[in-house]
Write a protein that binds this ligand. Structure first.
Ligand code: SF4
Length: 371
């Protein structure tokens, strides 16, 4: 199929009829989750939820990197910015608020040194061209954004550049979603981008543990619809497995070169996923050889136990994990808007509140109660 065919309305109609038939045959209420801001964008933008039968619902889960970055890391970045070190940060992340309701961007008003960048290469260039200043790269994202940083670390960081490391590894996060009795998920649409790096293999232990269906999906509307059909077929035939719809990008082994670089620089450990929990092996940590690049020990910062610290009355935490939808938050499109975001899921372009607000979604989509 050429890419345009992944938007074909005739094919979409056929697939939505197939979804109706399969869901009718299964009869039970079914709750699927995806864990990717791009998937939520496609589902919202193309109105895919309106095509789903009444016994099937798809909820957005913890798939937005800015949303799951702990407030503690934001607080520490602000602290260093106010001390005169320059924090290099992506645009969305610069607007996400820490525990005191302040963002990195807002800290500029008090003299915080914050510069928005677009890549790790920008950070390297700035540090090299201004050797008299100290820079800290605020590294957030999943498995897609971590390999270029690993590559640059292996190439040699300038001595005036260190890192606040908030990279998270997606497979254990999906594992936590699958295992959650509170969510009661029947199947997961796995992320496309990060799985291109990790491959399907690290998701297999979570399949063995839960025996719940997983389908790796691309980002076009037809990709999503095919993935739903695959999940439904697995359930109907009682043949649960790890399945790959996104074969044009995701493989079993993943990007071996990128994974090797990651393994050389980082190991995985228990870390906090904001709004979700401390999850084993979900955080990238610098290996001893590169520990000197870690801004926490370098600047005497301490890791306390993370808390969520969202705005009073907000539902950000529940939205991140898919327990609440944005429309259930009393602040949604009132005090909290894309122009004046109160929580990370409205700040980030990959956050559910932001995506829903941009698509003017003001009605609840909830149909299924499992928990
Ligand atoms: S509308 Fe704003 S405050 Fe409410 S959950 Fe979303 S981001 Fe949080």
């Amino acid at each position: 199929m050429v890419l345009e065919e992944y938007k074909d309305p005739q094919l979409a109609k056929k697939l939505s009829e197939k979804i109706q038939t399969l869901a009718e045959e299964i009869e039970e209420d079914l709750l699927f989750m995806h864990v990717c801001g791009s998937h939520e964008w496609t589902i919202s933008h193309y109105g895919i939820r309106s095509l789903l039968p009444k016994n099937l619902e798809i909820r957005p889960g913890p798939g937005c990197p800015v949303c799951i970055t702990p407030s503690e890391d934001i607080d520490n970045a602000i602290k260093l910015a106010l001390e005169g070190k320059t924090i290099l940060v992506y645009g969305d992340m610069s607007r996400s608020k820490g525990t005191n309701g302040k963002s990195l961007l807002e800290s500029r008003a008090e003299g915080g040194q914050v510069q928005v960048i677009y890549s790790i290469q920008d950070a390297i260039r700035l540090a090299k061209t201004t050797p008299e200043k100290e820079f800290i790269f605020f590294a957030v994202g999943f498995d897609t954004t971590s390999p270029p940083t690993a590559y640059e670390i292996l190439n040699g960081f300038p001595s005036n550049l260190s890192i606040i490391l908030s990279y998270r590894y997606m497979p254990p996060i999906v594992g936590a979603v699958l295992k959650s009795s509170i969510l009661g998920i029947d199947g997961v649409i796995n992320p496309g981008h990060s799985s291109t790096i990790t491959g399907m293999k690290p998701y297999y232990p979570y399949f063995l543990e839960t025996k719940k269906p997983q389908v790796f999906s691309g980002f076009e509307p037809i990709d999503i619809l095919i993935s739903i059909v695959m999940l439904l077929n697995q359930i109907k035939n009682a043949n649960h497995k790890l399945e790959n719809e996104y074969t044009r990008s995701v493989t079993w082994e993943g990007n071996i070169k990128a994974l090797k670089k990651l393994e050389e620089v980082f190991y995985l450990d228990t870390e906090y996923v904001r709004g979700v929990a401390y999850i084993g092996n979900s955080g990238f940590v610098l290996k001893d050889k590169y520990k000197h690049l870690d801004a926490y020990p370098k600047y005497g910062l301490t890791k306390k136990k993370s808390n969520d610290h969202f705005v009073y009355g907000a539902r950000c935490g529940e939205v991140i994990i898919g327990l609440s939808e944005p429309t259930e938050c009393p602040l949604y499109m009132k005090e909290c808007t894309p122009h004046s975001p109160k929580g990370p899921t409205m700040v980030s372009f990959e956050g559910t509140c932001r995506i829903w607000s941009e698509h003017a979604i003001i009605k609840s989509i909830k149909k299924i109660t499992k928990s």
